[in-house]
Design a protein around this ligand. Structure first.
Ligand code: ADP
Ligand code: MG
Length: 206
């Protein structure tokens, strides 16, 4: 009986230790957004996911469908295909950004025009519950909660993920933004519709 009591008393301490350990050395769960509006847009999205998955330190565990979306941010340009993926990685955030940028370069992205047309754009949306504000990297992505083209695919794969700054779930952020921008982003309207049914269940892993 004495033994039992001792064990029960120890339990919370062990739990706390494990949690702290996970934060430091364990793999992180990360959400990325993908966007393309040049050439074979779906193929660029597939290639980007393929190259992410090919990296031995990155495991893609979930992907959304592809969505066709109207460009935002001013410049006149063709519509995008957007998707979101969940990955597990031990790479620290800055290294993961390097990996994403290498894939952008490999897929022919040129950076001539800010917010201009691109073969592929890969952004880090959430990295566990980390908050990062460096010149090169801000996480959560500073515009994610304003962009329906980010929230819509992200909500599909991670409705319950929490934005660590706004302290709201992705689903709540999506509903809030949808209420703000009105019907423009209704699924039934052209320019914001699901164009591919490829949910993770049919997703072929490499
Ligand atoms: P955008 O994605 O805003 O259209 P770019 O893809 O050209 O623009 O990225 C511009 C810079 O944004 C990158 O060089 C990168 O250093 C920086 N950046 C800051 N935070 C992030 C993030 N969370 N994900 C990706 N890039 C980021
Ligand atoms: Mg980007």
């Amino acid at each position: 009986m004495v033994k039992k009591k001792k064990r029960a008393a120890k339990k919370p301490a062990r739990k706390a230790k494990k949690k702290a350990g996970k934060k430091k050395g364990g793999p992180a769960k990360v959400y990325l957004s993908l966007g393309s509006n040049v050439g074979d847009r779906e193929e660029y999205i597939e290639q980007a996911i393929f190259l992410l998955e090919k990296n031995p330190e990155v495991q893609v565990i979930k992907r959304s469908a592809n969505y066709e979306t109207e460009p935002e941010g001013g410049a006149e340009q063709p519509p995008f295909i957007n998707a979101a993926v969940a990955v597990i990685t031990k790479l620290p955030p800055e290294k993961l950004l390097d990996v994403c940028q290498e894939i952008e370069t490999a897929l022919g992205r040129d950076r001539e025009m800010e917010w201009g047309p691109r073969t592929i754009d890969i952004d880090i949306l959430l990295y566990d519950d980390q908050i990062i504000s460096e010149d090169k990297l801000q996480v959560p992505h500073p515009l994610m909660h304003e962009r329906m083209f980010v929230l819509k695919p992200l909500k599909e794969i991670a409705p319950g993920a929490v934005h660590p700054v706004l302290e709201k779930s992705v689903e709540d952020l999506y509903e809030e933004r949808k209420a703000e921008v009105g019907e423009k982003y209704d699924d039934e309207l052209p320019g914001f519709k699901e164009i591919k049914g490829g949910s993770y269940d049919d997703y072929e892993r490499w």
